[in-house]
Design a protein around this ligand. Structure first.
Ligand SMILES: [Zn+2]
Length: 245
C-alpha cells in the first residue's frame, strides 16, 4: 500500500486554473467540512498565451493552500494536445487508484476548449478502468463512486447546483491567484480566446447559477446518470426551512 492519502474528492483539470474556475467552490466547501480533497492538473499550461510554467506552478500552489487541498499534482501531459488515448486513460486510472478516490470531478464533455473536452473523455474512461482487475497499473484496482462534471464555459442544463455562497470569497481569491492569466495585458492586436475580464465573468457565472437555486453564488454540475435520492421530501423540506441539503 502506498503512503499516499486516501481522497474523498479528486478533481482533474486540463490546465492549472480550470478547477478553480469550475469547481473551486465545492472543493473549498468540502475541505472546510473535513473531507480530503485533491487535484490533478493534467498539463502545466505551457501552451497558454500568457504566463510561464514557473509562474503558473507557483500560482497553483498558492491556490491549493487557499482551497485546503490535501494534494495537488501535475501529470505533465502536453498542453493543447490532449487526446483520449488508452495511455491517458490508464494514467488517470492509476492516479485514482493511488489516492483511492471516491468521487472524481472533471470538466463537462461539452466545452469549447478541445483540451477540456478530451480531458473529460479520458478521465471518464479512466475512472471506469480504475476498477478493472485486468487493467494493470502500479496500484491495485479501486472503484470510484461517481464522476461529476463541472462547467467552465458552457451554459448547459445542470443536474444540480451547489450553494457556494459561504465559500465564494475563497473561490474568488483562488481564481485571483492566477495573476499571470487574468491580470496581464494581452499583446497588441491579440483577440481574447476567453473573456477580457475573468474576474467579472467568474462572478457573473456564480451569480447566475446561484440565482437558479435562490442563493447568492452557485456552481453547476452534471452527472451522467440520475442521482439517487431516498428521501426527496425530507431534502426539500430541510432546504425550505433553511437547513441546506
Ligand atoms: Zn483550461
Amino acid at each position: 500500500m502506498s503512503g499516499d492519502p486516501r481522497l474523498d474528492l479528486l478533481a482533474f483539470g486540463a490546465h492549472p486554473d480550470d478547477i478553480e474556475l469550475g469547481c473551486g467552490g465545492l472543493l473549498a466547501k468540502c475541505s472546510r467540512a473535513g473531507r480530503a480533497v485533491g487535484v490533478v492538473d493534467l498539463t502545466l499550461g505551457e501552451g497558454a498565451s500568457r504566463g510561464s510554467v514557473a509562474e503558473r506552478q507557483a500560482e497553483a500552489a498558492e491556490s491549493a493552500a487557499l482551497l485546503g487541498l490535501t494534494v495537488r499534482e501535475n501529470l505533465r501531459l502536453p498542453d493543447l494536445h490532449l487526446e483520449d488515448t488508452l495511455a491517458n486513460r490508464e494514467a488517470v486510472a492509476e492516479v485514482i487508484r493511488r489516492y483511492r478516490a471516491d468521487l472524481v470531478l472533471v470538466c463537462s464533455p461539452q466545452d469549447r476548449h478541445p483540451d477540456h473536452a478530451a480531458a473529460s473523455s479520458f478521465v471518464t474512461h479512466g475512472a471506469f478502468l480504475a476498477r478493472l482487475p485486468k487493467i494493470v497499473t502500479a496500484s491495485p484496482p479501486h472503484a470510484p463512486v461517481a464522476v461529476l462534471y463541472y462547467l467552465i464555459h458552457e451554459n448547459l442544463q445542470p443536474s444540480f447546483v451547489v450553494d457556494i455562497s459561504d465559500v465564494w470569497e475563497v473561490k474568488r481569491a483562488a481564481v485571483a491567484c492566477y495573476r499571470s492569466q487574468f491580470d496581464q495585458p494581452m499583446p497588441p492586436g491579440y483577440r481574447f480566446v476567453g473573456t477580457a475580464d475573468y474576474h467579472a465573468a467568474t462572478a457573473a457565472r456564480a451569480g447566475f447559477w446561484g440565482a437558479q437555486i435562490q442563493v447568492a453564488q452557485g456552481e453547476a454540475y452534471l452527472t451522467a446518470r440520475p442521482l439517487r435520492l431516498d428521501d426527496p421530501v425530507g431534502v426539500l423540506l430541510q432546504q425550505a426551512r433553511g437547513g441546506g441539503a
